[in-house]
Design a binder for this molecule. Structure first.
Ligand code: UDP
Ligand code: MG
Length: 152
């Protein structure tokens, strides 16, 4: 069954010009991008996004990091996308990330690790709602492509 997940290319990924490479991985895997925007997260958005980590030692720096520059916020859709996108990202610590994962390939720090992805259906739903309105998501563009290719 198709699922949706929330992915963010964090400010370090944007600053290092990795937007295209990261989006390409999800496109090539076969997931459908149904929401996409570049934005500077507000403090309120960042605090909502990472509310589960509030009170942890790394929390203040995490909020500073995620609000330090633009992120690319995405909603992608597909079979098992929540778990599979996490697998494609690799473990939080790049040294624990499997070879070939995004974090293995592009990150050297547990803190500045390039990418975020929702870790459960409940997180996905909650996180999507922080960054997107339902009407900003284009779920039905297969029909659109049909119209373009067939001229109907
Ligand atoms: N983080 C950190 N230090 C830690 C753990 C996490 O700076 O000891 C940061 C890191 O950027 C991570 C984010 O906080 O991606 C959220 O942590 P989480 O454990 O949810 O990891 P993720 O789900 O991103 O793999
Ligand atoms: Mg997490």
């Amino acid at each position: 069954m198709a699922e949706r997940t929330f992915i963010a290319i964090k400010p370090d990924g944007v600053k290092r010009n990795l937007i295209g490479k990261i989006i390409t991985r999800f496109e090539e895997k076969g997931y459908k991008i149904i929401g996409l925007k570049l934005l500077l997260p507000t403090l309120e958005m960042a605090e909502k996004h990472y509310e589960e980590h509030k009170g942890k030692p790394f929390y203040p720096r995490l909020i500073e990091y995620i609000t330090s520059g633009p992120i690319v916020a995405m909603v992608i859709e597909g079979c098992n996308v929540i778990a599979e996108a996490r697998r494609m990202m690799g473990a939080t610590k790049p040294e624990a990330a499997e070879a070939g994962t995004i974090r293995f390939d592009y990150a050297v720090s547990q803190e500045y690790n390039i990418i975020h992805g929702s870790d459960s259906p409940a997180s996905a739903e909650r996180e999507i709602a922080i960054y997107f309105k339902e009407e900003e998501l284009c779920s039905d563009w297969n029909t659109m492509l049909e119209i373009v290719t067939n001229g109907k």
